[in-house]
Design a protein. Structure first.
Length: 130
């Protein structure tokens, strides 16, 4: 089984949290997730996440806090997902890989069809901000 270490940003703006929807051509099509991506061999979790958000969303972010990592087994791979609470520093949100996005109140987070690895992160954020 392939093991991947990935990171994601729980981007908060004015009390709302950003969720992005995977496109129909991505694995896990149309599932919702927190944006992020793979950590390269020579990168820190933090540097990887800042790079991925700039590549995927054209945003510069600052990281506020590390949340609880999640391990999830998919059919062909095991994912270690390392989430961070983040804030936008500059840029205009532009979807370069995803199909859609939503800004959600913490009370709305559990209403989406999340990718399995992202669901525990959504639950943690929902509880922290309740």
């Amino acid at each position: 089984m392939k093991r991947l270490k990935v990171t994601c940003a729980v981007i908060e703006k004015e009390g709302l949290f950003l969720a992005v929807q995977r496109s129909t051509i991505m694995p896990l099509p149309l599932k919702w997730e927190f944006p992020g991506g793979k950590i390269e061999e020579s990168e820190s979790e933090e540097n990887a996440l800042v790079r991925e958000i700039e590549e995927e969303l054209s945003l510069k972010i600052s990281l506020v806090a590390r949340l609880n990592p999640v391990t999830h087994d998919y059919e062909d791979s095991q994912i270690l997902l390392v989430p961070f609470l983040a804030k936008i520093e500059s840029g205009h949100l532009t979807l370069l890989e995803h199909q859609s996005y939503k800004w959600l109140a913490h009370s709305e987070l559990l209403t989406l069809d999340w990718a399995d690895a992202d669901l525990p992160v959504a639950r943690e954020v929902h509880q922290k901000f309740s």
